[in-house]
Design a protein around this ligand. Structure first.
Ligand code: KIV
Length: 273
């Protein structure tokens, strides 16, 4: 496990080494400086400035209204509070629709302090992924359930249940790895698919609702504190860590990081079969 002390000491190489050694890493989506400090001090390796802020902070029913300006603002907040975690930032809806646009959008987030950008999608992102990584911008590919495509998918539901769709997700994940993606984030897929992709890929795989076999786990910070917005039905894959904390909110972050590092989270009750 890493110990953070006021500088970025978790890098993509750290995650790669942890994968090679079979060590699990923890990630949380968060949006402000104070929580960034508490989360990084708790030993969580990755902070995601997620476009989930559209639903959690802004009260929208999807992530689509989030803009690049919103992301840059929250990116700056997280950067100021962070004590050594790797910071990943979402490119929001329609800010990477073309290759040129993805370069310009990613550059803004990197200038604000991101260490990696996350893009939702599959094969169609191969060229942007290649361009970004060749120009020094590490990319996390987000596959499985991709909330920015909610209107096409038709709802927040498990992806890759039928064999054909599972095969496509595997093939496209391999393609994005080949294009230069440094990390894959896999959302809401059955346990077996999460396991197969994690084993097939050389790059670290972070899961949310993707079972216990992925190299890392991520959750939205508010979900793991038991404060999911009332309009949202709490998904099966979340767990409230506050009840097992011996030190309020900082203790809950530590309890989450420990549970992930020790392979105790997620349990079978948080997974899709
Ligand atoms: O935006 C976000 O917080 C995310 C996580 C749910 C993985 O993408």
């Amino acid at each position: 496990m890493s110990s953070h002390s006021g500088k970025q000491n978790v890098t993509v190489n750290t995650l790669q080494r942890m994968k090679a050694k079979g060590q699990k890493f923890a990630a949380l989506a968060a949006y402000d400086a104070l929580f960034a400090e508490l989360i990084s001090n708790a030993g969580v390796e990755v902070i995601l400035v997620g476009d989930s802020l559209g639903m959690v902070l802004q009260g929208h029913d999807s992530t689509l209204p989030v803009t690049l300006d919103h992301m840059v603002y929250h990116m700056n907040c997280i950067r100021r509070g962070n004590r050594g975690a790797m910071i990943m930032a979402d490119l929001p809806f329609m800010t990477y629709a073309s290759e040129g646009q993805s370069l310009e959008s990613a550059a803004l987030l990197m200038r604000a302090g991101a260490h990696m950008v996350k893009l939702e999608g599959g094969a169609w992102l191969a060229e942007s992924t290649r361009l970004l990584s060749e120009r020094g911008i590490p990319v996390c590919a987000h596959m499985g359930l991709t909330p920015q495509s909610i209107n096409r998918i038709g709802g927040f539901r498990v992806q890759g249940r039928d064999p054909e769709q599972a095969h496509t997700i595997i093939e496209e994940a391999l393609l994005l790895q080949e294009a230069g993606a440094a990390v894959l984030l896999l959302e809401c897929v059955p346990v077996n698919l999460g396991k197969e992709i994690t084993e097939k890929l050389e790059i670290p795989v972070i899961g949310i609702g993707a079972g216990p076999h992925t190299d890392g786990q991520i959750m939205v910070m508010h979900d793991m504190l038991g404060i999911t917005p009332p309009a949202i039905k709490p998904p099966k894959f979340i767990k409230n860590f506050l009840p097992e904390s011996d030190n309020g909110i900082p203790g809950a972050f530590k309890a989450y990081a420990d549970a992930v590092h020790e392979g105790r989270f997620p349990g079978p009750e948080h997974c899709f079969n």
